[in-house]
Structures are given as C-alpha cells and as structure tokens.
Design a protein around this ligand. Structure first.
Ligand code: G6P
Length: 360
C-alpha cells in the first residue's frame, strides 16, 4: 500500500524515489481530454483578475512558494509576494487593490497559515489552498483548493510534497498565462514530463550524492549552499533539509551576498555546495566559487547540462530553465539523507520536529 515502507529503510528515501511518478500523476490529474493542462475556470478567473498574488506558507512549503513566485512572475507576468505565514500575520504588508491569496500546505493543517486565512477572509478576500490532503482545514476554509496528489507523506522532512507543489504552481502559471493571452512557446505537459525524467535520472544515480557526503560532509559541522535567483531559493530548501535531518548547521545564501558578510565564515575545509541552473548567472556563480575556494572552501559544484563544465561534481539533465527547481532539489534531498544516515540520525522522525504544526 501507499503508506508502507516496503523494501525501503526509511520513508524519506521511499518518498524521494516516488517523485518522478508523483509529477507524472500531477500532469495526468490536470490534463483535460485534449491533453492540455488546465485549472478550474473559477480559479483561472481569480488569477486573471488579480493585480498581485500573495503566497503564504511555512517551512518547505514556503520554499515551494518562492519557486512559485518565480514561475508565476516569469510565465504569467503577475506580481507575486511570497510570505512566511507567521510573519505575515503580525507584519502584514500593504495589500494591492485586487489581491489573490494562495496558501501552500502539505498537511492543510498548519495553524500559522490558518491565522492568515481567517484574517484575509474577514477582509473579504478569496483564496486558494494548494494541499496534499483533501478535506483538510485549509482546504475546507479557503474558497478553492488544488490538490498536489503526492500520496501520504510520512517522513517529517518534506520531499515529494514539495516537488508536487512546484508542479501544481507551474501548471497554474501556464494556465494563467494562457488566460491572459500570453504566448508560451513550449508545451507545458511535455516540459513537465522532461523534468520528471530528469528527476528519475538523478534518483537512479544516488551513489554520486553518497560519495559527495563522504567527501564533503564527513566530519563537518556546517555547510553553505549558494545560488542566485531561483537557485538561491533551491539552496534555502537544500539547507533546511540538511539541518532538519542531519543537524548540520547549514545556510542557503544568494551568491552575490556572500561578500557582504558570510564569507567571513569560510575557512580551510568549509563545505560549500554551489548550484547553477540558470545561464543568466553562470559567470557570477563561477566567480563566487573562485572567491570561496581562494579562502579554503571545499566546493561541490552542481550544474546543469548546457552550462556545465566537465569538472562539475553533479550535472543535472537538461530541463526548461523555468522548471529546474523540480530537479535541483533531488541531489539536495539525497545529500541530506546520506548525511543523516552516516550520522545515525532518526531520519523519518528528527528531534524537535512535527509533521504538522497545529499551534501558532
Ligand atoms: C512543519 C514540518 C515541515 C513543513 C512545515 C509546513 O514544520 O516539520 O516539514 O514544511 O510544517 O507544513 P505544511 O503541512 O503546512 O506544508
């Protein structure tokens, strides 16, 4: 059944492996009879009418929300702000005249998000919950729901729910673009399938990430992840995964910001994982890598076909530049998994954490 580990030692590893199948399932769930990816017409109308989208989430879902901001802005040309739910509630930004709210929550039960939902409902705004759990509180209380169809996620550290959330956000962005008459010169279902295949290739090469953990994280107590733009967002998730399950202190940083402070922490042997999937920032990230290397950092470079150099440690299969967050997170999830495994950590139930947090 869906919720048995089968031959897997941990739910987390099983859930990492399920991701390509989940993405293919998301594609099929949102396809109409003609094979076109479509979103419910009422949600489409809200997206079209909105002058600004407010994405509200926590933890890993917040990182999916950051990826969603990039997708909706780049594909559908609608301004998006992504906020941490607990911050939004007490430090509410000045809202645009026609806001539309998107809540992202694997469980659909997170209290911090519910606080925002209650608040914006009182103001008369409509909202959409993107969740993995049909009938959950946030699904019932928001105006609309889109399901992520990832199946039950048991490991506390979220993996397949995150990539499913990003896939649904991509479908929403493509649908909104079409509704706004924006010409998209790619076939969304096809590009998402290419991403699912690329995820599968990474999953089939776990030994590469296992080796990286031996080489870079064997007895380190900290680790930095650097990237720019959407890769920076992926780095935040990479750092969170590592912190959550291996307890290694990890931070994700924008490459350009290192020199304004954080580079002070780089010393001989400090592990730095650099991510480069966007051609636009190619030269900048390569020069950031030189800067940290010159100060002794032990750099693991993750890049993507097309802009890779042969000495890079991990090369992701080519996917559309909009969809790289689906693929770049796979090595991060696996690095966290193996780091936790070698440290003997309780991977599926890390200390101090709960799968669903129903207190504010
Ligand atoms: C908890 C979990 C995280 C999760 C966050 C948001 O803190 O430990 O893994 O990302 O809640 O959960 P949600 O169900 O709202 O996505």
């Amino acid at each position: 059944s869906d919720i048995e580990k089968g031959p897997y030692p941990h739910y987390m590893l099983k859930e990492i492996d399920e991701q390509p199948v989940v993405i293919r399932k998301v594609i099929s769930k949102y396809q109409d009879a003609a094979g076109e990816l479509v979103i419910d017409s009422e949600i489409r109308a809200c997206m079209k009418k909105a002058d600004r989208i407010y994405i509200i989430a926590c933890g890993t879902s917040y990182h999916a929300g950051l990826a969603g901001k990039q997708l909706i802005e780049r594909i559908a040309d609608i301004p998006v702000e992504t906020h941490i739910a607990s911050e939004f509630l007490y430090n509410r930004p000045i809202l645009s005249p026609n806001p539309f709210f998107i809540f992202i929550s694997q469980s659909g039960e997170t209290a911090d998000i519910r606080g925002v939902l209650v608040d914006i409902k009182q103001m008369g705004h409509s909202s959409l919950t993107i969740t993995n759990v049909p009938g959950s509180t946030l699904s019932r209380e928001a105006t609309y729901t889109l399901l992520t169809h990832a199946g039950p996620e048991i490991a506390v550290a979220s993996t397949k729910a995150y990539t499913a959330q990003i896939a649904v956000l991509a479908i929403l962005a493509f649908d909104s673009a079409r509704a706004k008459g924006i010409q998209i010169d790619v076939n969304p279902a096809h590009e998402l399938s290419i991403a699912a295949n690329a995820m599968e290739i990474m999953i089939n090469h776990k030994e590469v990430m296992e080796e990286i953990v031996w080489q870079y994280l064997n007895d380190s107590h900290n680790c930095f992840f650097i990237g720019r733009g959407v890769d920076y967002y992926a780095c935040l998730e990479g750092a969170l995964k590592l912190k959550e399950i291996s307890y290694i202190q990890a931070e994700g940083f924008p490459g350009g910001e290192l020199k304004h402070g954080t580079i002070a922490l780089i010393e001989e042997g400090t592990p730095v994982i650099a991510l480069l999937t966007q051609a636009q920032v190619r030269a900048n990230i390569r020069s950031n890598v030189q800067e940290v290397k010159a100060r002794g950092a032990h750099v693991c470079m993750i890049s993507i076909e097309g802009i890779a150099e042969k000495e890079d440690h991990v090369i992701l299969p080519a996917v559309h530049e909009w969809l790289t967050p689906l693929v770049s997170v796979i090595p991060f999830q696996l690095i966290a998994y193996y780091a936790a495994l070698y440290r003997g950590c309780d991977i599926d139930k890390p200390r101090n954490l709960a799968k669903s947090v129903t207190v504010e």
